[in-house]
Write a protein that binds this ligand. Structure first.
Ligand SMILES: [Zn+2]
Ligand SMILES: [Zn+2]
Length: 302
């Protein structure tokens, strides 16, 4: 028994050493190749996102919609209006989130130092070599400390933090809404043509697809329905997760930390700002935040 415990302990120690080594190698790799990684990852993510949005927009409104509605009817016009409104919101929130400077360096110079009596709340960043406000953490991709850092988003080519989380939330909301609209149109088209089962892999093996144009068409629209389903589930899941974080005033960086939870209304205000849920209507609605990201009310219970 004792021998087993000793073996287990040495195995754990070895595992810890290997994890530490892997982390060290990973960090060193990032330090050396940060600019190359960012230069490749960010444009690639932007191209993938733009292609998906562009394809879904054209396919749904120019192909699916005329097949399921009267092109001169009110539903057709309303769907076009909603489609354009949703895409403008996605792109608007995306651009403003990308352009937001949510780093500690973006603060006015006099706010980059703690006020009297709050120095003990700030901590030192060894990479930036300066003290930074509470809830600010260093991002290895941005190579800077971010105010209330949530996570680094490759699609935004920026960190999601104190000043741009509202844009990220609205971006996810409109992505979910747009994919939801498309899912309804695709669902109706598949239902009307009895094509839901056409992309079953077993059918693909058992049939000669080169001879059957109708089957090929049903296979394509059914596959696009499944792609649409995936593009709906991912942003919805991310939006729900983000709303849970905002509701508890936690961040992805410190998921279990609820020490700043001061009630869901105040927590929401800290991210959405003065106009609250109106920010979901348009990215241009001004919604000033209650704090500049340097001072956070601590939950006394913790
Ligand atoms: Zn830093
Ligand atoms: Zn970052």
């Amino acid at each position: 028994m004792l021998r087993f415990r000793v073996t287990l302990r040495s195995a754990c120690a070895w595992e810890r050493r290997m994890c530490f080594r892997a982390e060290e190698v990973f960090h060193r790799y990032f330090q050396l190749h940060r600019i190359k990684v960012v230069g490749l990852l960010h444009p690639l993510s932007a191209i993938v996102l733009l292609c998906l949005i562009g394809f879904m927009f054209v396919y749904e409104l120019c192909y699916v919609l005329p097949a399921i509605t009267d092109p001169h009817g009110i539903w057709h016009k309303l769907s076009w209006f909603m489609g354009i409104y949703t895409v403008l919101n996605i792109l608007g929130n995306w651009c403003l989130g990308f352009m937001s400077n949510t780093s500690v360096e973006g603060l006015p110079l006099d706010r980059q130092h703690p006020v009297v009596g709050e120095a003990h709340l700030w901590h030192y960043c060894t990479t930036c070599q300066k003290v930074v406000p509470p809830r600010s953490w260093h991002c290895r991709l941005c190579n800077i400390c971010i105010l209330k850092r949530d996570h680094h988003c490759t699609f935004f080519a920026n960190c999601i933090g104190h000043k741009n989380q509202r844009y990220f939330l609205a971006f996810l909301f409109h992505l979910s809404f747009g994919s939801g609209q498309a899912l309804v149109y695709n669902g109706i088209l598949n239902w009307k043509n009895n094509a839901f089962m056409a992309s079953d892999p077993l059918l693909l093996i058992s049939r000669d697809r080169t001879q059957d144009a109708d089957f090929n068409w049903k296979y394509t629209i059914s596959s696009l329905f499944k792609l649409n389903l995936f593009l709906f589930v991912v942003p919805v899941g991310m939006f729900v997760f983000q709303m849970i974080m905002v509701h508890r005033n936690s961040t992805c960086y410190k998921i279990l930390d609820r020490s700043y939870d001061v009630g869901w209304r105040r927590n929401m205000d800290m991210v959405l700002g003065k106009r609250r849920f109106w920010i979901f209507f348009s990215p241009t609605i001004a919604s000033p935040l209650s704090t500049d990201g340097t001072q956070w009310r601590h939950n006394q219970i913790v």
